[in-house]
Write a protein that binds this ligand. Structure first.
Ligand code: SF4
Length: 367
């Protein structure tokens, strides 16, 4: 049966202040949100909206779009209006695009102080415009574009250097009475990144946006992000996350959601509990697990489905799950809520599990 109350987390969220990115609340009163970034040319409005729709369907909460040219800035208004999720405009170099994005109705604007010359002089006007339009800000400090003064002072992008840059920019906004911002201090090295966020978390109650930048292709990037985010989230640090992968952004969202689900920071969806297989396996567990995963893709019910290769742990795990199979002798014992409901030949295991999963989902009203 369902456990009583919310599932346990490792450490309660660090208290951070609350603000809105459009309709999405950010800060410790709100769930941790998952972000990604479009890879389309922003000025290709249809392609960008199409990708945003795919990201939304994959469980993305907030989407960032690049804004390198006038054409992109001009597209922001329609994109912000038609996107199902809040849009953050990503601005480097050109302060005029910050104002354009604010006026276009973006939920937030990401600014990189290291890349905007004379940024400090413009904070007052940016803060005022953002306030007038209910726009929030992300101060996005990045190891690759650290303020030259700090690079000189620290020699390289150390955690201390990233944090000093972030705290300085935060103080500029706060001097002008602007508090609706979150901060990121990204680095491509998870160890430096984790240390930077730990230090930053000690300096103020700003919501923090986690990211390992240039994390790499899917496999490497997934692991770097998962280990770094895990280290921080397990201390209660992190209010929004973005997994950066050299892979389609939908993959980033899937990984981000899975990281949060694994730490009970987001309600679990479908959970496939499949065994690694071993010399005892009486069925091809890899194929079976893959077919079941594929067959249940898009399942809305938070079912736990066990796919076990033999009867050693099989029945035990299958009993704990909502639904499961334990294989043996060319057959599969199908468990539903702890009871064997039937035994089917191996080639019917997948279809039977899918059938039963759909039936359970229907019972839960989640189809
Ligand atoms: Fe091996 Fe059976 Fe355990 Fe799978 S369930 S890993 S086949 S002992």
């Amino acid at each position: 049966g369902m456990p009583a109350g919310p599932p346990p987390v490792l450490t309660p969220r660090r208290k951070t202040r609350q603000f809105q990115v459009g309709s999405v609340g950010v800060g410790s009163d709100s769930p941790i949100s998952v972000q990604s970034m479009t890879t389309t040319k922003t000025h290709d409005i249809n392609a960008t909206l199409q990708q945003i729709a795919e990201l939304t369907a994959a469980g993305c909460d907030i989407v960032r779009v690049a804004c390198p040219t006038d054409k992109d800035a001009d597209a922001l208004k329609i994109i912000a209006m038609k996107s199902q999720i809040p849009v953050i405009a990503d601005i480097h170099f050109q302060p005029k695009y910050v104002f354009a994005a604010i006026e276009a109705g973006c939920g937030a604007v990401r600014v990189n102080p290291g890349n905007i010359r004379q940024f400090d002089d413009q904070v007052k006007e940016i803060a005022q415009a953002a306030k007038d339009h209910g726009t929030s800000i992300r101060i996005g400090v990045n190891a690759g574009s650290l303020d030259r003064r700090l690079l000189k002072k620290y020699g390289k992008a150390t955690p201390e250097a990233l944090v000093e840059s972030a705290v300085w920019e935060a103080s500029l906004f706060e001097e002008h009475g602007f508090h609706d911002f979150k901060i990121s201090v990204k680095h491509n090295d998870p160890v430096v990144m984790v240390r930077a966020y730990e230090l930053l978390a000690e300096r103020g109650d700003w919501p923090l946006h986690l990211g390992v930048t240039e994390a790499g292709p899917a496999f490497q990037g997934t692991i770097k992000s998962a280990t770094a985010f895990g280290a921080l989230l397990s201390q209660g640090i992190g209010d929004t996350i973005r997994v950066s992968l050299s892979a389609p952004p939908v993959e980033e969202v899937k990984v981000g959601n899975q990281i949060l689900e694994s730490l009970n920071l987001r309600p679990r969806k479908l959970d496939i509990v499949s065994c690694p297989s071993c010399g005892r396996a009486q069925v091809d567990v890899y194929t079976l697990a893959e077919q079941v995963t594929e067959g249940l893709e898009g399942m809305k019910a938070p079912l736990r489905v066990a796919v076990m290769g033999c009867v050693v742990n099989g029945p035990g795990e299958a009993r704990d799950a909502d639904l499961g199979v334990a294989s043996g002798n060319g057959k599969g014992q199908i468990f539903v809520k702890g009871e064997v409901i039937k035994t089917v030949p191996e080639d019917q295991i997948v279809e039977t599990l899918i059938e039963e999963a759909n039936r359970l989902a229907e019972e839960m009203g989640l189809t």
